[in-house]
Every structure is written in C-alpha cells, then in structure tokens.
Write a protein that binds this ligand. Structure first.
Ligand code: CTP
Length: 408
C-alpha cells in the first residue's frame, strides 16, 4: 500500500501535448488505490478526449462550471471539497497565469480558487516550450504560485514536441506519481541526512572481466526513495546497477568496494544516518591485469590471488561520530540460512545498533523481500512485501529509534 491508497485526487488537465502523460498517470494512481476525478479545460480537450480520461479514471469527466449533473449546480464547490489534493498536470503557462490572477471564468481555475486553501493542497506540474518556461513572466508566476502555497513539481529537460530542446517538458507520469506519494508521506526523517549504499560492487580481474554478485540494488533504492519522501536529505552511493535515481536523491555511482569506501568516507562526516544495503565484495583480485588475460593455448588456467576489501560498515560504525551517537548506523545481512543467528552475530561483529537480515538468494533481483530486524531489544519480522513497502516500514522503524535516542 502506498501513501496514495484511499486518497481522492482531483486531476486537472490544461492544454498541452503532455496530456498524453496524464492518461498514464491516471492509471498509476488508480492502480495504487487512489480515486481520480478528472477536470479538463476546453484547451485540454484538443489534446486528449474526455472519453479516454473517463475510461481510465472510471468516473465521468468534468469540463464546465454549468454541468447540470451536480444537484446544486456547483461542481467547483463539490469537486474541491471532496479532494485530498488537486493536481494540475499538465499546467500550461496560460493556466499558471490564470491561477496567479485568481481567474474564475471556467471550471478548473474556478475550482482552484474555490478550494479550501488550508485543507486541500494544490500541486502543479508545468508543461511548456523552453522559451515560454524561461520567460520572466512565467518565472514570476511560478514564484507567486509557490508563495500562494502551491507545490510546484518542477519540469523535465529534453526534446520538446515543437522540436526544440531544453527545460519545460512535463515530468514523466512515474515521476509525478513519485512526487505525489512523497507529498503525502509523513515527514518522519525531516532534518536527517541519510547516506545509503546499494547494489553490488565489481572487482576487476582485467579490463574486460571481473567479480560481482547478484544484488540488484532495488532494496537500497527503495529505502532511498522512502527516506526522501519522509523528508530526509538523501545521498545514495550506488554500485553498478540499472535503476533510475529516485526523485530528489543525490546519487554517486561507484564500481569497486574501494570506490564505494572512498565515496562513503567522503559523505559520512555530514550524515546523521548510514544505511549499508550494498552487497560489497569481501575480496578483490590482488592484481588487476592492465590488459586482457589471454589464453596461451597450453590449457593452463590462470591463478587468481585475492586480498580482503575494507569493511565499509564496520569502519563507519567505529568512527567517532557513530560512537558518539551523532551517526546512526544500520547494517544489512545477506544470508542463505540461519538468518536470526547470523544476523545477531553480524550485528555484534559490525558494532551497529540495528541490523536487517534477509535471505539473499530469495530476494536478489526480486521486487519483494522479507526482513528481520535485530537490535539490542530483540528481533522483529517485517513479513514479505514489496521493497517499496518494506522501505517505508524500515524508515518508520529507524525514525522510531532515532526519536527514542533523542528523548530525554
Ligand atoms: N559490508 C560493508 N563492507 C564490506 C562488506 C560488507 O560495508 N566489505 C556491509 C554490507 O553493506 C552489509 C553488512 O556489511 O550492511 C553485512 O554484509 P554481508 O555481505 O551480509 O556480510 P559480510 O560482512 O560480508 O560477512 P559474511 O561474508 O561473513 O556474511
């Protein structure tokens, strides 16, 4: 279940090619358990039909303030009172100007003006040509909208429908979805600076070969997303993985355990929470060949010698900041059996207050997982669920422990 389950979202479409993304957004929202009420301007109907939006939302679309389907003939009042949030996506330059001016001569802007401002948040996802976006009038309107309490979600950069390239594209449906979910998440980690390692490491044998493992990075990325949604400032140190960076998260890409160690050491000074989800290679080849190791035809196989990698978590957990309580360290344990025994032993060995055990082969690459939390008080299971859900639950558990530590 996401933060969006049970939420009623009024999705307003103003005119723009990006309306096609709002169709996908509607699907994502309804799939997540939200109800979506679509309201469209006349211009939006030039880009996508109300039929499509009705089919995807499962509700008749509203487009006119004179819609007689409402008993009191006041759709602007009824629609806005029922909403947990109003999201305008796409929000055109013209519609932004209308919001700034408090115009009320068509249903969507009328409804935004009539919404109970303290109770019904307004989010906007702008979409326009790059020159329109950069224009001082638009930037002035944006600043005014933010000052009036609207949450401006920002824009993407890239190819535009007009053929130009630059800022002003509407965010992708998945990105808007992520922003909306984050908006509703309780800000349990506000003020915290969270450093997370994720994914495997790659230890080179020669320029074309290396040793790695089956970690996909999905658990660490899910925790990063959940921590950011909970209001934390998040830095994610990622091994070689093919995953999109969660919105609002600072990402540092690394390859080997030594690279990861360096990146973490550089960031740990500023962090207040360190979560080590990465499956770090324990050993690396003692000598990585400068050129590809060739078969010489004799049938002889090369002999590889290994040296141990630094233990990133154990080193950080022994730092002065961690020992003084300024940096809260959370370790993971990827095991294949005897989870509780191994996780408890590992917690003591690494010197961390909280260790999270999981069965590696059962979860590497999967979208779900089951976790076992081990701390000084005992252990607690987080039963099998999506990694997104487990990320949220883990953030809650960490926030609870941080609160307990700072309680007088
Ligand atoms: N870890 C680390 N640096 C390493 C090895 C592990 O930071 N060189 C971290 C992992 O990110 C994880 C925890 O230590 O949070 C435990 O990792 P795991 O691979 O389960 O255990 P190991 O320390 O490798 O111990 P073992 O091989 O005995 O299971």
């Amino acid at each position: 279940m996401t933060e969006l389950a049970g939420k009623h979202i009024v999705l307003g479409l103003s005119g723009g090619v990006a309306c096609y993304k709002s169709a996908e957004l509607t699907r994502l929202l309804t799939k997540a358990g939200a109800t979506v009420q679509v309201v469209m301007t006349e211009a939006a109907e030039q880009f996508i039909t109300p039929v499509t939006m009705q089919a995807l939302s499962g509700r008749p679309v509203y487009a006119s303030q004179w819609d007689a389907r409402e008993g009191n003939n006041m759709p602007h009042i009824n629609l806005s009172r029922a909403a947990d949030a109003i999201l305008i996506a796409p929000c055109s330059a013209d519609f932004m100007a209308r919001l700034v001016q408090g115009r009320a001569d068509e249903l969507l802007s009328l409804m935004c003006l009539a919404r109970p401002i303290e109770r019904v948040p307004l989010l906007i996802a702008p979409a326009m040509n790059r020159e329109m976006w950069a224009h001082p009038a638009t930037q002035r309107n944006l600043a005014q909208l933010a000052q009036d309490g609207a949450q401006v979600l920002g824009v993407g950069c890239g190819d535009q429908a007009c053929g130009e390239v630059g800022d002003g594209r509407m965010l992708e449906a998945e990105e808007i979805f992520e922003e909306l979910a984050a908006f509703f998440a309780p800000k349990l980690l506000a003020g915290q600076r969270v450093l997370i390692t994720a994914g495997p490491t790659f230890e080179a044998i020669d320029p074309v070969r290396g040793i790695t493992n089956l970690s996909s990075g999905k658990m660490g990325f899910a925790i990063a997303r959940a921590a950011r949604a909970a209001g934390a400032d998040v830095t994610l140190v990622a091994g070689p993985v093919h995953l999109a960076t969660p919105r609002g998260v600072r990402r540092i890409d690394v390859r080997s355990a030594q690279n990861m160690f360096q990146a973490v050491e550089g960031q740990a000074q500023a962090a207040t929470v360190f979560i080590a989800t990465a499956a770090v290679a324990d050993w690396r080849p003692a000598n990585s060949a400068e050129h590809k190791i060739k078969k010489d035809g004799s049938g002889q196989v090369p002999t590889l010698a290994f040296v141990e990698n630094p233990d990133i978590l154990a080193t950080v957990a022994q730092s002065d900041r961690a020992r003084s309580g300024a940096l809260y360290c959370v370790g993971f344990a990827a095991e294949s059996e005897h989870l509780l025994a191994h996780a408890s032993a590992k917690r003591a060995r690494k010197g961390v207050p909280l260790l999270v055990g999981n069965i590696g082969p059962a979860t590497f690459g999967q979208d779900d997982n089951a976790l076992l939390l081990v701390d000084a008080q005992g252990h607690r299971e987080l039963p099998r669920a999506s990694k997104a859900e487990l990320g949220r639950q883990l953030v809650l558990e960490i926030a609870r422990r941080l609160r307990a530590m700072s309680a007088p």
